[in-house]
Design a protein around this ligand. Structure first.
Ligand SMILES: NC(=O)c1ccc[n+]([C@@H]2O[C@H](COP(=O)([O-])OP(=O)(O)OC[C@H]3O[C@@H](n4cnc5c(N)ncnc54)[C@H](OP(=O)(O)O)[C@@H]3O)[C@@H](O)[C@H]2O)c1
Length: 273
């Protein structure tokens, strides 16, 4: 049986991914900082990415690490860098020392791409994001690429579904972060994030950075808030960065990924928002 460590298991994505990986038959460990109710058949390992001494027990003997843990829903830029860059650095060091043959799959984000893009973002695009979140993820990706480990990076879009409250949170986040109602984001449902991670764990993405999206046209902030039942005000002001948030999905499809939730509207019909 493949033994796997998941970081970020208590987060929006991780808490929906962990039961799926356990169901798939992986022997799952989850790195947790505090008390956490984990799904049956999974094991909590107490640890913190900020504390390298706690990581040995988490990684020793694993065949794979799925690294989701990150910090980004804050304005504290130093904390964002500590979690996303330094945390990844500590994890990589622990894996190199105690599980050097393990495959490390890391989640990154579409926020790594430049806001002034002129078309949907390709994995090969140069990335010099202005936000601390985007920049810290680019730096973390680079650490992984230089690590000598077997690795894959999944650049996730806006992830939604299964009552995670993410779509609904845009009602508050849009005005807070100055998001234009017509700004559109590529999206993917939790079910398909799990499918993408499964695919990465087969090795077909080794040594690659791969965008993950449902492949449908991006969804505007306005439409997302409407779908969540909490619409924001519309606007006819011009959109400054019309391509920001649009991810090209050609590569992941070529690698064998077929989303099971084709659009956010299909998810609404299926009752899995
Ligand atoms: N959600 C999205 O739409 C989206 C979009 C693009 C990319 N992503 C990427 O997907 C990943 C997961 O996102 P998410 O939405 O699930 O995030 P989240 O809900 O904020 O969860 C973050 C997770 O990271 C853990 N964590 C943070 N700092 C840690 C540390 N020092 N040591 C150990 N664990 C730590 C948190 O643990 P605690 O419970 O202890 O705080 C939590 O489990 C991230 O890498 C993010 O960049 C997400």
């Amino acid at each position: 049986m493949t033994t796997l460590l998941l970081t970020g298991a208590t987060g929006l994505v991780g808490s929906r991914l962990l039961p799926r990986l356990a169901q798939d038959g992986f022997e799952c460990r989850a790195l947790v900082r505090g008390e956490a109710a984990l799904p049956p058949g999974t094991m909590a390992v107490r640890g913190d990415l900020a504390d390298p001494d706690t990581l040995r027990a988490a990684v020793e003997g694993v065949d794979a690490v799925v690294h989701l843990a990150a910090l980004f829903r804050t304005q504290d830029e130093a904390a964002i860098w500590r979690a996303n860059h330094d945390g990844t650095r500590n994890l990589i060091a622990a894996v190199k020392e105690h599980a050097p043959n393990a495959r490390l799959v890391m989640s990154s984000t579409g926020n790594v791409y430049n806001a002034d893009a002129t078309r949907p973002a390709l994995e090969t695009d140069e990335c010099s994001p202005k936000s601390a979140y985007g920049a810290s993820k680019v730096a973390a990706e680079q650490l992984l690429r230089d690590s000598g480990l077997t690795w894959a990076v999944l650049r996730l879009p806006f992830v939604y579904g299964e009552g995670d409250g993410h779509l609904a949170s845009l009602h508050t986040l849009a005005p807070q972060f100055g998001l234009h109602p017509a700004q559109a984001y590529s999206v993917a449902h939790h079910r398909d994030i799990a499918a993408a991670v499964r695919l990465a764990l087969t090795g077909v993405m080794d040594g690659r950075i791969v965008n993950v999206t449902d492949g449908a046209p991006p969804v505007t902030v306005y439409e997302m808030t409407r779908l969540a039942g909490r619409p924001i005000e519309g606007s006819a002001e011009p959109l400054t960065d019309p391509w920001f948030g649009h991810l090209d999905s050609t590569l992941i499809r070529e690698l064998g990924f077929t989303p099971s939730v084709p659009t956010v509207y299909a998810a609404a019909r299926e009752g899995i928002l």
